[in-house]
Design a protein around this ligand. Structure first.
Ligand code: 5GP
Length: 125
């Protein structure tokens, strides 16, 4: 269900096409709720994208529209991926862009996992 005032889900967006197997990705994890793969233009030594399997435009859409099972399954997958990749001890940053001011480019909800070096300030000064 699209968020009021925002466009509906675009089934041709790049992550929808990756989910359908129409475009390749460097997969790191998949279960019933989530698919995780390397970002094509990494901004840290480790830069993973985790996306839900369902058609949600953004975090606003996902948090309002997804079932509790899908929300729990997705975020448990994010935690498991970070743990399995060995990111917990050195630490990592989890980030989701939502909407125009955030710079969200791909209109399918996704979480970025950045790791592999000290990541500096959250927001540039
Ligand atoms: P956003 O700005 O929407 O939060 O992040 C979108 C991310 O998707 C960017 O970091 C961008 O590099 C990544 N991306 C865009 N197209 C592709 C693609 O075709 N494959 C992969 N693996 N990542 C992509």
């Amino acid at each position: 269900m699209p968020v009021s005032g925002l466009p509906p889900y675009d089934s041709q967006n790049i992550f929808a096409r990756i989910l359908r197997g129409e475009i390749p990705c460097k997969k790191v994890y998949e279960d019933a709720f989530a698919l995780a793969f390397h970002d094509i233009a990494p901004q840290a030594p480790t830069h993973i994208l985790v996306i839900p399997k369902g058609p949600y435009c953004s975090f606003a859409d996902f948090s309002a529209s997804a079932s509790e099972a899908d929300i729990a399954g997705f975020f448990r997958a994010v935690g498991k991926i970070a743990k399995d990749l060995g990111l917990e001890a050195p630490g990592y940053r989890m980030l989701a862009n939502m909407g125009e001011h955030s710079g969200q480019e791909v209109p399918h909800f996704h979480v970025h996992l950045f790791a592999g070096r000290p990541l500096g300030r959250m927001i540039p000064a």
